[in-house]
Design a protein around this ligand. Structure first.
Ligand SMILES: [Zn+2]
Length: 327
């Protein structure tokens, strides 16, 4: 397991500093709830925190990466490190998985130090699982670190969430994220679009770029410019999207509209982000009401896409709205 990477990520500097300060005072929390959108490194931060608790170098300011405990962690073989996550094809984390974790945590530490338990994706805990876990949270055993990672919109019972120290991860400033993306990839160009579509989450931006989002952006800009100029047939474009995959294209469109609206109403918007996704000049300007209507239509499309509606017709309706907005 990789527990050293997280320390080099600038947007995790604050949570890591908090954990280091707590560790230095010998006051690591009993339970930690890491809340984050995808692509902010919640799992990596949990790995760092677990390694920080288990590292046997003294004094320990960070996981040393060299002691016996660190070597065991690297090999995924540390006997006092226990992880629970949703099993493949399962809908929820099973209550038996939670019970097994609790069993292990009440036993004596194998190496005589900390015991660490992690529940990854804790929103997949059902009520029974959360209840089983609650008792452990209420009566923590000494030198035990329990961690949960979850989305910020989690629906964990308040009884569970309120007993944990919460670390809410936030995306870094755009300039910080871009500098990090450029330096770690060696690619100076082309990060604006993936970062915008990732909602500012750097690791998600890396994934999106790998998945071809830069090419998608170029394709979308070309198509919509042609559509606005009247040189591309609307039915044809809808057909093309249906054949390729409408979902990422509609997601792109939603991001573009949102960015235009934010830039248009001012304040909350980031004009640089808006400009990075250039669209036909005719679509610019304060047509905010029409933009909102288009945004509603895009969201309706996403909602209806799961209900078996004819995608060709729905996309044509969407593109018709877009075209009338840009004329
Ligand atoms: Zn170590």
């Amino acid at each position: 397991m990789d527990y050293l990477t997280a320390a080099g990520w600038p947007w995790l500097a604050d949570p890591i500093a908090r954990l280091r300060a707590a560790g230095a005072a010998d006051r690591l929390p009993h339970s930690l709830l890491i809340l984050a959108a995808p692509g902010l490194g919640a799992a990596e931060l949990a790995a760092w925190a677990g390694a920080f608790a288990l590292c046997e170098a003294r004094p320990v300011a960070r996981p040393c990466g060299e002691c016996a405990a660190c070597a065991l962690l690297r090999a995924d073989a540390h006997p006092d490190w226990h992880v629970v996550r949703i099993e493949e094809d399962a809908q929820q984390i099973k209550v038996d998985q939670v019970r097994e974790l609790i069993e292990r945590l009440v036993q004596k530490s194998y190496r005589g130090g900390y015991k660490v338990g992690l529940i990854e994706g804790a929103e997949a805990l059902n009520a029974n699982g959360a209840n089983a876990f609650l008792k452990t949270l209420e009566e923590p055993t000494a030198r035990t670190l329990l961690m949960l990672t979850a989305a910020r919109s989690h629906r964990l019972p308040p009884t569970v969430a309120s007993r944990c120290l919460k670390l809410a991860l936030r995306p870094p400033e755009r300039a910080t994220a871009l500098a990090w993306l450029r330096s770690q990839s060696g690619e100076a160009q082309g990060w604006e679009v993936p970062l915008a579509l990732a909602g500012g989450a750097p690791l998600r931006a890396v994934e999106l770029r790998r998945a071809g989002v830069v090419e998608l952006d170029a394709e979308m800009r070309r198509s919509l410019a042609d559509l606005a100029a009247g040189t591309l047939d609307l039915t044809l474009l809808a057909e093309r999207w249906v054949r390729a995959d409408p979902a990422p294209r509609v997601a792109w469109l939603e991001n573009w509209i949102t960015t235009r609206i934010l830039a248009g109403v001012g304040g909350a918007g980031d004009s640089k982000t808006a400009e990075s996704v250039r669209l036909p000049a005719a679509a610019r300007g304060p047509k905010i009401t029409a933009m909102y209507a288009l945004l509603d239509a895009v969201r309706d499309f996403r909602r209806l896409a799961t209900t078996g509606v004819n995608p060709q017709l729905a996309l044509e309706a969407l593109l018709l709205r877009f075209r009338s907005l840009s004329s």
